[in-house]
Design a protein around this ligand. Sequence first.
Ligand SMILES: [Zn+2]
Length: 187
Amino acid sequence: MKDLQSIQHLIEAFEELPSIGKKSATRLALSLAKDKFKALKLINAIEEVVTNVKTCEICGNFSEHEICSICDDPNRDKTVAVVESPKDVLVIEESGSYHGYYFVLNHLDDEHIQKLRNLIKEKEIKEVIFAFPPSVESEARVLYLEDKLKDLNLEFSQIAQGVPTGVHFENVDINSLAKAIKLRFKL
Ligand SMILES: [Zn+2]
C-alpha cells in the first residue's frame, strides 16, 4: 500500500534485526504507529545507545566509558575469558560464575592479539580461558591463540562441553553455562 510507506519502511528496518521475522516486524511497526508515546520512548532509547555506547579500549566489550567497569575493577580474578562477542560477556556475567576479566575477540588479526597481550600483561593474568561455543573453527582458533601467547607463561583452559555444539550462548541456559565455566579443563 503506497499510503503506508512509512510503516513499510519501519517493518523493513525491524526485519534487519536479529531474530525478528516479517510477522514480528509488522506487529512491532503497527503497535508503534498506534502508540506515539511508546514510539518516542524507543527513539530516545535508541539515540542514547547510539550516542553513549562505545567499545572498551582494553577488552572490546561495550561500555559508556573509554574503559569498561570490568577492566576498571582491580579486584577481579587474574584470569581472562576470551569470548566471541559482547553478548557473551553479558550472559557470563549474569551467570555469576566467573569473576575474572574478559576479552572480546572479533577478529583474529595481529591488532586484536596485541590488545589481548596488553591486557594479559597489564592485569597480570595467570590463566586464559577460551569461552567459545564448541566447533571445529573454535578448536583451530584456540590452537592459533595458544601459539601466539605461549611466551607469556600462562595456563590455558577451555570451557567444558556442557554447552551444546554450534549453539550460541544466548540460547544456552545460565546454569549450564555457569557449569561449563566451573568445569573448565586445562589445555
Ligand atoms: Zn573493558
